[in-house]
Design a protein around this ligand. Sequence first.
Ligand SMILES: NC(=O)c1ccc[n+]([C@@H]2O[C@H](COP(=O)([O-])OP(=O)(O)OC[C@H]3O[C@@H](n4cnc5c(N)ncnc54)[C@H](O)[C@@H]3O)[C@@H](O)[C@H]2O)c1
Length: 370
Amino acid sequence: MRIGVPKEIKNNEYRIGITPNAVQTLISHGHEVCIENNAGVGSGFSNHDYLKVGASITSYPREVYQYADMIIKVKEPLPEEFELIKEGQLIYTFFHFASSEKLTKAMIERKAVCLAYETITDDQGGLPLLTPMSEVAGRLASQQGAKHLESPQGGLGVLMGGVSGVSPADVMILGGGVVGTQAALVAAGMGADVTIYDINSNRIEELQVIIPKNVSTCLSSPDAIEKHLPKAHLVIGAVLVPGAKAPKLITRNQLSIMQKGAVLVDVAVDQGGCFETTQPTTHENPTYVVDDILHYAVSNMPGAVPQTSTKALTNVTIDYAVELANHGWQNACKQYPHLANGLNIVKGKVVHHSVAEAFSLPFIPVENIL
Ligand SMILES: NC(=O)c1ccc[n+]([C@@H]2O[C@H](COP(=O)([O-])OP(=O)(O)OC[C@H]3O[C@@H](n4cnc5c(N)ncnc54)[C@H](O)[C@@H]3O)[C@@H](O)[C@H]2O)c1
């Protein structure tokens, strides 16, 4: 199979969809790989690193899309890329369709085969291709939260760990999955007083075993969240209903009961955000203020640490990439039902129920197209 890897064009996105080692693996299975010029530089990989393992390099994104049967990417295609996608072309990447009707309609129109990393499942009920990026984003969420609590950044001027005689910051984390847990561990490591809210009582029990002393857990409810908000300095949004729009857990009205300069970091922005006032931002302009509350809502947080993120992402995408290349998407998805759960849109049909529901589109069960 011919595999194309374009350069990411999202704001300050320095990851690439594949490392040279993973290219070597695909080539050893008899496939051909074409990389866009300098696509790996931000992640620490030169054109030469890819040439050495047998890839070819091309100058223009158009050439990559024209050449390839399968595109391996990191982020969802942006409008400039829509028209490059060929009918029937397999696009293996993060899509997060529920946050963008424009993207959903464009992929339906292009009749692409959209295999979304974020809805591929595993036997434990996890999302194995999302997990490493959620680990990165969770850890970054507390780093960014700590930085934006500083007054020169527009925050209320509180140090995460406090100091002798002065209390630490109060950190609320909504959602105790991968992002929430990693955010909690980093915030706790900085000395903050952390509470994780989750609606899943089994998950709360699991957390009790692994969290340090300065983290507590709470069964999430609108009432419990509202009671806590007046004393919170930093709130991290980390909820997920796979494939669906994130539920809104903090309304605009509730911002008025918070302290001026408190910080909201919405990691769930890629699924539409879990605060009513969330708007996606970029690494270039990461924050904005609504009703005196500082909001941070960068939808590609791991792109800021590409040397870590590219390796972590490729570690989990390569095995299925090999299966897809060896057997074609249809046979590979028939063989691996967890991989088939990643199919969101196939040749103009929406085959993921949450995406169909998000935009009231007709839903075709994936079994009907395999
Ligand atoms: N912004 C970024 O760059 C970035 C990067 C990685 C992941 N993410 C996003 O972060 C979000 C979280 O990802 P994850 O891997 O931690 O997911 P996860 O499935 O591991 O955890 C989500 C948790 O949210 C809980 N939850 C669901 N609804 C809830 C509610 N109403 N109230 C409280 N808890 C609720 C679930 O029980 C679960 O424990 C996702 O939207 C993911 O796409 C964003």
